[in-house]
Write a protein that binds this ligand. Structure first.
Ligand code: FES
Length: 143
């Protein structure tokens, strides 16, 4: 299938992070704040439990701007695939935007809304996070 045929297919149905395949539970450890440099978008793969050999990973993006850390599912709203397969292929403008490297939909850093490209008006799926006093980043409990 070539890129032109991808562009003509409909977007996948919206989903919350909890409904995505292989989603861990609230409280799951996503990393440490020292792992993410200021202005960096960091790809991470999380396993729902310790028996990771039997599972597929849950793919996330950690974005840091100053002391603020956000997490999005690494899933483009256009086609439901990761924005990049490898960290070195991830396209982002620090503190500003992150761009899918398949058809180049661009998402705002601040809220994950797509402001240019195939999925304009849609958004990355936000994962609520909390950083504890020791700097560990975890999925926040549901409000
Ligand atoms: S898969 Fe088409 S822009 Fe991401």
């Amino acid at each position: 299938m070539n890129d032109a045929s991808h562009a003509n297919m409909p977007s996948p149905a919206p989903a919350t992070w909890q409904t995505l395949a292989h989603a861990p539970l609230p409280g799951a450890l996503l990393g440490h704040e020292d792992d993410v440099q200021d202005g960096q978008a960091l790809m991470r793969e999380i396993f729902a439990n310790a028996d990771s050999a039997q599972q597929q990973p849950f793919k996330i993006l950690l974005l840091r701007s100053g002391t603020a850390i956000k997490a999005y599912a690494n899933r483009c709203a256009h086609f439901g695939v990761p924005l990049a397969a490898k960290q070195e292929q991830l396209i982002f403008q620090p503190h500003t935007s992150i761009t899918c490297n398949v058809h180049y939909a661009r998402y705002r850093w601040s809220d994950g809304v797509c402001d240019r490209g195939e999925c304009s008006g849609e958004a990355l799926i936000t994962i609520p996070v909390q950083v504890d006093a020791q700097g560990y980043i975890r999925i926040a409990d549901a409000a």
